[in-house]
Ligand binder design. Structure first.
Ligand code: DGL
Length: 277
């Protein structure tokens, strides 16, 4: 048993979709979440920058005495996931659990992947899927307008704006005849119902937040790290830009009111004083 918190990070709000799933599977766990809201988005940045940010984010969470680190960010998981192997605590990104779930779900061995430009360009999802089953065909598409849609509250499956952006990016999948689509960015589950409407019920959507939560719970259990607490845990959120409005936004992403505190952290200053470059 271990009552230390689980550390979770993302470039911004998207990782809260994974927090929501963890809260439902492991309600007794404390969570320390870092949302790098001052430097979001990561998905349009270079590999070097994403590596640097991921290293700083992981170092910050380690300073909070966490028992596990989860990169709840498709971009970090794809580009910098290997950095988790050097941590002194268990680590998972969203890539492996999501790729595994998609491979188990597909019947016709045709899987689509959507994510940020950096995620798709890295080829990491394609590689992970082919390592599991070399007979699977993977069709990947970056959707750079999805994150701004979500961050600006355009998520309704009845909105013409949402549907027209989604159709623009998802149209190529119609020809590909996929039966499974990976939502490879943690912002995308917020668009779940709209994506489902555009893709049709015949395509199974894999939510990276949910799959990662199940996977992380399994790691904690196998390592004897589950909390022994009987009551609900609490969430501490750190953000690198204004805390104003964060609690409200968090509750929209989490779809519930959680016991929480929100604090501002200067991640650049933290990295300098802790010699993380
Ligand atoms: N949540 C991030 C991801 O999963 C997307 C946002 C960004 O571009 O930083 O990739």
């Amino acid at each position: 048993m271990d009552n230390r918190p689980i550390g979770i990070f993302d470039s911004g709000l998207g990782g809260l979709t994974a927090v929501k799933e963890i809260l439902s599977i492991l309600p007794q766990e404390d969570i320390v979440y870092f949302g790098d809201t001052g430097r979001v988005p990561y998905g349009t940045r270079s590999r070097e920058t994403i590596l640097k940010y991921a290293k700083q984010d992981m170092a910050f969470l380690q300073s909070k005495n966490v028992k596990m680190i989860i990169a709840a960010c498709g971009t970090v998981s794809s580009v910098a996931g290997h950095m988790g192997d050097t941590l002194p605590v268990p680590f998972t990104g969203v890539l492996k659990p999501t790729a595994l779930a998609a491979c188990l779900a597909t019947q016709n061995k045709r899987i689509g992947v959507i994510g940020t430009t950096a995620t798709v360009k890295s080829g990491a999802y394609q590689k992970a899927i082919l390592e599991i089953d070399a007979d699977i065909q993977v069709f990947a598409q970056d959707c750079p307008l999805f994150v701004p849609l979500v961050e600006n509250g355009f998520t309704s499956p009845d909105s013409d704006i949402v549907l027209s952006v989604l159709r623009h990016y998802l149209q190529p999948f119609a020809k590909a005849e996929i039966d499974t689509l990976i939502l490879g960015c943690t912002h995308y589950p917020i668009l779940y119902r709209a994506i489902e409407k555009v893709m049709g019920k015949g395509v199974f959507l894999v939510d990276s937040g949910r799959e990662t939560a199940v996977y992380a719970a399994d790691i904690l259990e196998k390592n004897g790290l589950l909390s022994g607490r009987a009551q609900k845990g609490r969430c501490t959120f750190y953000v690198s830009d204004s805390t104003e409005g964060f609690a409200e936004a968090a509750n929209i992403f989490l779809q519930q009111n959680v016991q929480q505190t929100v604090e501002l952290i200067d991640i650049e200053a933290f990295s300098q004083t802790h010699y993380v470059n």
